[in-house]
Design a protein around this ligand. Sequence first.
Ligand code: APR
Length: 241
Amino acid sequence: MAKRIVILTGAGVSAESGVPTFRGPDGLWEGHRVEDVATPQAFDRDPRLVQSFYDQRRAALAGVQPNPAHHALARLDSAWPHGKDHDLLLVTQNVDDLHERAGSRRMLHMHGDLKSAWCLACDSRTPWTGPLLDAPVCPVCNARGHLRPDIVWFGEMPYHMARIDRALARADLFVSIGTSGNVYPAAGFVDLARKAGADTLELNLDQSMASDRFAQSRLGPAGTLVPALVDDLLGTESSAR
Ligand code: APR
């Protein structure tokens, strides 16, 4: 029976909230090639394009709400025991704030957070809800025009990797939800979890690049599959007590 759980989420968990996934059928992310908006080179080349792209994504968060998948994961977080034997870690690749708005607490944003700004002058990170295009002043060092989105772009190191690796090495269940398995290191978490002896489960709308590396894949919308999984986990846990 699972006691130490690591859950990885991707864009598919927010799709039913109306947040577009990255890899649409046309291969574009909201009309842009990923290389034009999500790399440090793109930011050097055309900072205004990149800032306005992320400003729009940040502003759009006001119009979306957590869906049943986010709520179910928050329910799991509040009910799952902490302790010597039990643990839970939710790792999201998403830069939206829907998991925390639903109430998840034991969670990490490995690809950054739209609602955070990173000052390249003083290296501080500040909660941020407004635009960055108009070159605001850093509230920590007062330098103007050095804030960038606190997003991990392609070619940059994802956040919290040491903590994630430690949790995977101890996990007995790894669940991946709504991710296409295209982007490493997240796409390799299933292999680390298997090496640690964990059971592995994928929930996704359709087959992903990684499906054949999971012990089990369930196909369908996250808004249906995730609440059912959480009911199962909490039901099994309470009958074991
Ligand atoms: N329920 C479950 N899965 C869904 C749903 C849904 N309602 N809708 C879409 N999906 C699945 C798609 O089938 C796809 O496999 O979610 C996956 C989304 O894949 P991507 O768009 O590639 O998103 P993700 O895997 O999160 O991308 C990883 O790539 O661009 C970078 O840094 C960015 O964090 C992002 C990373």
